[in-house]
Design a binder for this molecule. Structure first.
Ligand code: ZN
Length: 571
């Protein structure tokens, strides 16, 4: 088209719509959980992607390609993180997350949301990470209890100049934080509803000159809460896009929009990222958004951090991708310090150990270890382990390394043994189900979840004690420990053994994690043994795990009748 016609067209359209300006590309990551190193590709992706995906240095390579493209087209790039970054791997935990922050600094992260697991090493360590980071850690909805005062180390929002574009970023933490980190770490803090807090911050940022406002939120999309959608509804017309986290879901295809606001989330453990391309007008205001255009493996979904694709080197919109050597050097520096420990053999399994599937051998292994008294822990009659505390889905058959057990159980949780009547144990099993979480892993116990019999499935949150777990028995003697006879509006009538019984849990559960309310006055003991060390010792003592592996050839340890208006697993 000759230049004069372009000019004419521009003049004609100028009054109808603002002239199109630059493009702001927002790259979203979330729930890194210390997974800085490349990892085996998921089985469904392996045939096309090859043996490995992910790795912070490969993400760095993608970011270089994205920044190069933006530079050539006069655009700008901003990397936002949805939180939960430090907890979960040897290369992170051994340094209390310092390695992750150093890598994020090198990747040029623009801002990070405050995840629940950011508290896992305590607030003092978190302050060190905040001081180390060249980018802000944000949450607008966290206050000292009963006040509107924020902790000094935490900022609600930030206004950045991104290559000349004035971008406001609001952070949010999930309202479930107090029960998804060890509650003692956040005892003096209050996590209020995110939407109103974000709306207020967004207005303030616009008043200060932001033409684009984004949210990075550690809050997820799953029902029943749909926490992030609720946030998006509260900020319509004020916010342009949201990078979310917490539920470890890969959003899209198709992309998720609430009204005009796109919401991305990219799974977990740095295996993928999301891209929101915002088209801006001449004044830097958002005209429209495209989400995960041309992404692999599925356009419209997060882009997998591929090393190769169909046998060809990885590419980003036609540009070759190579790991970023600066990040590779940082990874090597830290990995050199943990490699020997990571690769240390601790045992062997003759069968694949899965969480949930095929007998839940992995869950049974962990909870049997917790009950066993291995590694100087205290032996107990029963043990309970929350499903969310087990962080890998599979340990394949073969040698088992310390690193694999670490990834399964990264938390430094201590074993506690509580003296409880049967009724309190039953109520603990119900508390997690009522909150929409996966069934508690048990050792020494069997139990029946019945959503139909007393109508608990219709509204699990309102179900009275005894309406969900209708029967609980001692696995060894078969003795009935608790059985529900009848339920009425006011509550259920059940017959439970008095006990008390020695019940092994972790300090996370003993302190009320996952919403558990164990009787505060119940006598408790601890040996100080870490649950993870107990699993390592147990695996060592039972090598090789085989046909006789704990849990193998058994019925599932819980039986489920009917279904509930399902909730979601907290991460
Ligand atoms: Zn989380």
């Amino acid at each position: 088209m000759p230049p004069i016609r372009i000019l004419l067209l521009a003049l004609l359209t100028a009054s109808a719509a603002p002239a199109e300006g630059r493009r702001l590309t927002v790259v979203g990551i979330n729930d890194t959980h210390g997974a800085l190193m490349a990892a085996p590709a998921p089985r469904w992706l392996m045939s096309k992607a090859g043996p490995e995906v992910g790795g912070a240095d490969w993400l760095g390579g993608y970011l270089s390609a994205i920044r190069q493209e933006a530079k050539e087209k006069g655009g700008a790039v901003l990397v936002l993180d949805g939180g939960d970054d430090f907890q979960g791997s040897l290369i992170s935990n051994q340094f209390q997350g310092r390695s992750v922050t150093e890598v994020y600094n090198a990747l040029g992260v623009g801002a990070q949301a405050l995840g629940n697991h950011e508290f896992d090493f305590g607030v003092e360590v978190l302050k060190e990470r905040v001081a180390q980071a060249k980018y802000p850690l944000l949450a607008a909805n966290v206050f000292f209890k009963g006040t509107r005062r924020r902790p000094g180390w935490l900022r609600p929002s930030v206004l950045l100049d991104v290559e000349g574009i004035r971008v406001g970023i609001v952070g949010l933490a999930t309202v479930s934080t107090p029960i998804t980190t060890n509650p003692v770490n956040v005892a003096d803090l209050e996590f209020v509803e995110g939407g109103p807090a974000a709306a207020e911050e967004a207005d303030a940022l616009r008043a200060k000159g932001a033409t684009v406002v984004l949210i990075c939120a550690h809050a997820g999309p799953r029902p029943p809460e749909q926490e992030i959608q609720r946030v998006a509804e509260a900020v319509q017309g004020k916010v342009d896009a949201i990078v979310s986290g917490h539920h470890h879901v890969a959003i899209g295809p198709p992309p998720l929009f609430v009204g005009k606001i796109p919401i991305v989330q990219s799974g977990a453990k740095l295996q993928a990222f999301s891209v929101i391309d915002l088209a801006l007008d001449g004044e830097g205001r958002v005209l429209g958004a495209e989400v995960n255009e041309g992404a692999l493996p599925k356009p419209g979904g997060p882009q997998a951090i591929l090393h190769s694709w169909n046998g060809e080197p990885a590419r980003w919109r036609g540009r070759p991708v190579q790991p970023d050597p600066r990040v590779t050097a940082i990874l090597r520096k830290y990995d050199d310090q943990v490699r020997a420990l990571r690769e240390k053999p601790v045992g062997e399994t003759l069968v694949d150990l899965w969480k949930d599937r095929e007998g839940d051998l992995l869950g049974s292994l962990a909870v049997d270890a917790l009950r066993s008294g291995a590694a100087g822990g205290l032996p107990a009659r029963f043990a309970l382990q929350n499903a969310g505390g087990l962080r890998v889905e599979e340990i394949p058959k073969g040698p088992i390394t310390y690193g694999q057990i670490f990834d399964l159980y990264p938390f430094d949780n201590e074993q506690f043994v509580l003296s409880l009547p049967a009724e309190a144990v039953r109520n603990a099993l119900e508390a997690v189900l009522r909150a929409g979480k996966g069934p508690m892993r048990v050792s020494g116990l069997r139990y029946v979840i019945d959503w139909d019999r007393f109508g608990a499935g219709g509204n699990p949150r309102k179900a009275p004690d005894g309406a969900i777990v209708v029967k609980m028995t001692d696995a060894e003697s078969g003795q009935v420990l608790c059985e529900t006879k009848a339920c009425a509006a006011g509550g259920c009538e059940s017959a439970c053994a008095k006990g008390p019984y020695a019940v092994a849990v972790t300090d996370f559960l003993a302190n009320g994690g996952d919403g558990l309310r164990l009787p505060a006055a119940a006598p408790r003991k601890t040996s100080g043994a870490l649950a993870r060390d107990m699993i390592v010792a147990f695996v060592r003592e039972h090598r090789p795990l085989g046909a006789e592996a704990p849990g193998h050839r058994e019925e599932r340890r819980w039986m489920q009748v009917g279904s509930a208006q399902r909730g979601h697993a907290e991460r």
